[in-house]
Design a protein around this ligand. Structure first.
Ligand code: BGC
Length: 761
């Protein structure tokens, strides 16, 4: 998709002209309007002054022309958008960033429109603004809620300094299918871990006081079911049952509501044949009804219009009617609310009370952000310069990058590497890549601004390091185009890599996916190493088997050959700005890895979707013959289970004790010992199995975890309390219930934890 350059210029010129004519004058709606108690009153007063068109205008969100994150619309050129801003027909803009640009659009809305209602400025601050943290899937592998909260706090502070006051994050979709490109953007396959992380992210972005200039409104997305796109194909049909919806998909969303998230985004997919954007059950009944969410819902990009392609609405007008009636409060880039809604109200097809409700929700968040007090509160050029890229932000990014790394295999303690006297061959295009570690959602980051593995390892000067690319990773991608042609079968640089490996004591191979190979619109049917990387790996292996494979990737990959043949494997995802430093520090043992997988790694693509919290089926185990639930050609289990990850030290679990305190409370304790030789951290995980229930329950469900740091030989007793919340589940009417009966409790270092006790409630 090409950026419409002429329009960009026209639009920019218009802003500049406006900025020159007018200086910062007091907005038409000022005074101390942010006190919580007064907000509702002020919202109502303002609403009373608004025409129907102005109300509908608040429900309209336009993209600026700088960063397209979806298909560019046919209609609505810059001149029209400018006109609409002046008329008060725009409530929000997205992808306008940088103080100068934000001030430009805000000035028009505030100083030229009749009521001067400020815009809320949205942007995809997913895992950092300019200083990039690990991709969310990687962050989730840290299981470190405080570090994750901190990462969102930093992202908010940087984005806020660039004029942004609303992020389209966190993405809390549960994802089980590694083929889907957006698994990189969420917290993985588990609703319990996903809920905790969702909460941490909301608290990080929003802080405790939204009116601060360092905090921004968060947005839980994509409501709901998007992570279950059939066959992992982007935007595909979703078909999930009630039990999965209530127990797997909803909980992280509900956790964000409980944490006070101010906005929601709906989704591109259908649920029970109704696109999420037109889905009253999701938006009015569940979200705004049952969960009493009092913020507003923005549609996903153009998703109102897409309801015609889905085959739900015959045209844009009908789509706008369905979306508004279903509870979609703000139209992102369909241009249909601004075009159709007022007419639909006059025709009696949409109740004005629905419009009023939507507008009140939107205005409320604007008041909470303090935008009426000072619409330019996020527009401070000095702060922008001082805050963005601060050293402290890089330190937080490095901290979380190290915590996100998962050690998958380490035979004969090949890792950590010796710091002196070693010849190390570093191989792979990704080892020198300064762009891919930034991942896919990094629009505001400077290109090629990450520390590469090569740079990270060069800091350890007392070894001899030789670098050889070997081969390019794959077809190249850029942010918004499908593919950039590069030669993906070129093996001409294999010989240099093989030569470097021959004389090396250890070979470190950095292989995987480039940054734009996962993310939106980047589904894959193959989960191996793209391009000729596998061939390169096997060619190097022939001359030197002492290989540490460092993976850079945005999704689980199939690693059977690697697991069977290589002594050491490090899952290093896409770790953001500080990637290379984090990887080098782990490889050299300056940081002892503690990450645990937030998604199962399959043995074959054919197993996907694969997840640890599956149902037992009626034929779970191998009776003689073929008639049981299995594959003819592969095991059922994943290669690396959910929750799995090694350390340079070892841990022993013992002394599992359970006691039933009441019919709604169980106490659990276990002893963890560091039985190795280094200080290390372990994520102690507690799983339950509810053996018999009125709706069948998964074979295991994570219901508690704790990150514990121990010095060698140190032991600690870890305790968990299981209450109704952990022991119960949602029935098929959406009611949360706790049923008496037998439960198994498992505690250990991954989802195969085998220390077990059974209790009866
Ligand atoms: C994505 C959203 C994103 C929006 C705005 C859409 O294509 O699905 O997650 O927030 O674009 O960039």
């Amino acid at each position: 998709m090409k950026k419409p350059f002429l329009i960009v210029i026209l639009f920019s010129v218009l802003f500049t002209a406006v900025s020159c004519i007018k200086s910062d004058s007091t907005p038409s709606l000022s005074s101390s309007l942010t006190s919580v108690q007064g907000i509702e009153k002020k919202v109502n007063e303002l609403l009373d002054r608004m025409t129907l068109e102005e109300k509908v205008g608040q429900m309209n969100q336009y993209v600026g022309f700088w960063d397209l994150t979806g298909p560019a619309p046919d209609s609505g050129d810059a001149a029209e958008k400018y006109e609409h801003l002046r008329n008060g027909y725009v409530g929000s803009m997205l992808n306008v960033r940088g103080v100068e640009n934000v001030r430009g659009v805000q000035k028009i809305a505030v100083e030229e429109s009749r009521l001067g209602i400020p815009l809320i400025i949205g942007f995809d601050v997913i895992h950092g603004y300019e200083t990039i943290s690990p991709i969310p899937l990687a962050e989730s592998a840290s299981w470190d809620l405080e570090a994750i909260r901190k990462s969102s706090e930093v992202a908010a502070e940087e984005a806020a300094a660039a004029g942004i006051n609303w992020t389209f994050a966190p993405m809390v979709d549960i994802t089980r299918d590694a083929r889907w490109g957006r698994v990189m953007e969420g917290a993985g396959e588990d609703p319990y871990l996903g809920s905790k992380i969702a909460k941490a992210r909301v608290l990080g972005f929003q802080g405790t006081d939204l009116s601060q200039h360092t905090t921004i409104a968060a947005c839980a997305k994509h409501f709901a079911g998007y992570g279950f796109s059939e066959s992992g194909r982007e935007y595909n049909t979703v078909d999930v049952g009630t039990s999965t919806l209530n127990n797997m998909i909803f909980p992280p969303f509900q956790a964000t509501v409980d944490a006070g998230v101010r906005t929601f985004m709906n989704a591109f997919n259908v649920l029970n044949g109704i696109p999420a954007t037109g889905n009253k059950y999701l938006q009015r009944d569940v979200l705004k009804g049952k969960w009493a969410f009092d913020g507003f819902v923005v549609t996903d990009w153009g998703s109102i219009d897409e309801m015609t392609s889905h085959g739900l609405a015959k045209d844009g007008k009908e789509a706008a009617m369905i979306a508004a009636n279903a509870g979609s409060d703000m139209d992102m880039e369909s241009h249909l609310y601004v075009k159709e809604l007022a007419g639909l109200v006059r025709e009696g097809k949409v109740k004005e009370s629905f419009i009023d409700d939507a507008v009140k929700r939107i205005l409320k968040v604007k008041f909470e952000l303090g935008l009426f007090e000072d619409p330019y509160k996020y527009c401070d050029e000095v702060r922008e310069k001082e805050v963005i890229g601060q050293q402290a932000f890089h330190e937080a990014a490095l901290d979380l990058a190290k915590k996100s790394i998962v050690l998958l295999k380490n035979d004969n303690q090949l890792l950590p590497l010796k710091k002196q006297g070693q010849k190390i061959a570093l191989i792979g295009a990704l080892a020198a890549d300064k762009n891919s570690p930034l991942g896919n959602w990094r629009i505001a980051a400077k290109d090629h601004s990450a520390v590469s593995v090569l740079e990270g390892m060069q800091a350890y000067k007392e070894n001899k390091l030789t670098y050889a690319k070997g081969a390019d990773v794959s077809i190249g991608y850029t942010a918004f185009t499908a593919q950039v042609q590069i030669n993906t079968s070129d093996k001409s640089e294999f010989p240099q890599a093989i030569e470097a490996a021959k004389s090396a004591d250890v070979v470190v191979m950095v292989l995987g996916e480039i940054g734009y190979q996962s993310g939106e619109g980047r589904s894959r049917t193959k989960l191996g190493l793209p391009g000729v990387q596998q061939e390169l790996l096997e060619a190097v292996y022939k001359v030197n088997k002492n290989i540490v494979l460092v993976l850079n990737n945005g999704r689980p990959l199939v690693l059977n050959w690697h697991h069977e043949n290589l002594p050491a494997i490090v899952e290093a995802w896409q770790l953001g700005t500080q990637s290379g430093n984090a990887i080098a520090q782990v490889l050299y043992g300056d940081y002892n890895p503690s990450g645990k997988l937030p998604m199962s790694f399959p043995r074959a693509v054919g197993q996907v979707p694969i997840y640890y919290n599956y149902k037992n089926t009626g034929r779970p185990t191998g009776a003689p013959g073929v008639f049981w639930s299995h594959y003819e050609d592969e095991e059922n289990s994943p290669l690396y289970p959910f929750g799995y990850g090694l350390s340079y030290t070892s841990f022993e679990y013992s002394n599992l004790k359970t006691s039933v305190v009441s019919e709604k409370e169980v106490q659990v304790s276990v002893t963890l010992k560091n039985s190795g030789k280094q200080t290390g951290k372990e994520v102690v995980q507690l799983y339950i199995r509810d053996h018999f229930a009125s709706v069948t329950r998964p074979v295991r469900e994570l219901k508690g975890f704790e990150l514990v740091s121990l010095v060698p030989n140190e032991s600690q007793e870890i305790s968990f309390t299981l209450t109704e919340k952990e022991l119960g589940f949602y029935d098929n009417n959406g009611n949360f219930i706790l049923e008496s009966g037998d439960f198994s409790i498992f505690v250990g270092g991954d989802s195969n934890a085998n220390l077990q006790s059974t209790i009866t409630l």
